[in-house]
Design a protein. Structure first.
Length: 346
């Protein structure tokens, strides 16, 4: 089996973490990088010993030197670049959120199917050994019936109005960038919610900077979630069941340890001593899928991704948060609703 050759589009923070963890993957080589800024492309390729540096995304997308492309640019570019990769017959690992909304995502997955191309949303947390361990414990019934999940993702984002997280036209805000993680965790165990309630705070630049989300399921489970760009938090996650609970350690989305507590007194902690941040695991998954000729990962499927996007869409609809160019049906009612209930100026 010849080595699967990877290319990276983008040279920002996430691309750096990803490239830095690439040395820990089981197979595959990092062959190319593209940035619209030549200096960035050159610096990145030197730093990570990458042979090819392109200053044009499409040169990389059409290069015969790469088999699969990791897309690590701001959200608003995901749709166009993923589409270009699919049409060029290149497998894609695209950063989350896969696109800005569910209809864009659906269109791309349909296109991938029609063109017989592997595509996966880069939900790296799904492949973290801690999350795999927690899934196993829950599936084995170790904490009995799972009834609730609490999870946060808070950090202090740059307040610069020009920063992508603060810009509406860059697909900014807390929800799509970090809120997606707690929602992912809840849906990993309970599936798509039947009920959604949320409170959001809109900042000065018209994007959501803070929200608390309550998800409910008809079978009786609840998830209490928070995402914030304006406050700190331990960022632990707790899964509560009828026999005990599981706590995923701080920065749960990239944790290296978790513990299970049964009843009052039985406790067991598990540590995973993996190197780096853990981006290598999603690469291993993509490589495995490509070697097996799959078009999607069974562990983070197109359906999983679409259900995640659907929840994000519904929450944004409720907040009245729309990105430029999104077609909004009945926008007037939604806007009214938004001012009445949710528009807390931060």
């Amino acid at each position: 089996m010849k080595k699967i050759r990877w290319g990276i589009i983008g040279t920002g923070q996430v691309a750096h973490s990803f490239a830095s963890d690439f040395r820990y993957v089981k197979s595959g080589e990092l062959r190319a990088v593209a940035s619209r800024d030549k200096a960035s492309a050159d610096k990145f390729s030197t730093e990570f010993d990458i042979e090819l540096a392109f200053v044009d995304y499409f040169s990389l997308i059409n290069s015969h030197e790469v088999d699969v492309i990791y897309i690590a640019v701001p959200h608003i570019y995901h749709y166009d670049l993923t589409k270009a990769c699919i049409l060029a017959g290149k497998a894609v690992l695209c950063e989350k959120p896969f696109t800005l909304n569910e209809s864009q995502s659906k269109e791309l997955y349909d296109l991938a199917l029609a063109n017989n191309v592997f595509v996966m949303e880069a939900m790296w947390t799904r492949f973290n050994p801690v999350v795999e361990q927690v899934l196993e414990w829950v599936e084995e019934g170790n904490i009995g019936t799972l009834s609730s999940i609490q999870a946060n993702f808070n950090f202090l984002a740059p307040t610069d109005p020009e920063h992508r997280l603060m810009k509406l036209e860059m697909g900014g805000g807390a929800l799509l960038d970090i809120g997606i993680y707690p929602i992912f965790l809840a849906q990993l165990f309970f599936g798509k919610p039947d009920f959604i309630q949320n409170q959001a705070v809109i900042g000065d630049t018209e994007v959501d900077v803070f929200e608390q989300i309550l998800l409910g399921w008809e079978s009786g489970q609840l998830a209490s979630l928070e995402a914030s760009l304006i406050s700190y938090n331990p960022n632990r996650a707790v899964l509560s069941g009828s026999k005990g609970y599981i706590e995923i350690a701080s920065e749960w989305f990239k944790a290296k340890s978790c513990r299970i507590v049964i009843g009052e007194d039985q406790e067991r902690a598990v540590e995973f001593d993996f190197p780096g941040n853990g981006y290598q695991f999603e690469v291993d998954e993509v490589n495995r899928c490509l070697e097996e000729g799959l078009l999607q990962s069974p562990n983070h499927s197109w359906q999983d991704s679409l259900e995640l996007m659907a929840t994000l869409d519904e929450i944004r609809q409720d907040i009245g948060l729309f990105y430029p160019g999104e077609e909004v049906s009945d926008s007037h009612d939604v806007q009214e609703h938004h001012h009445e209930h949710h528009h807390h100026k931060h």
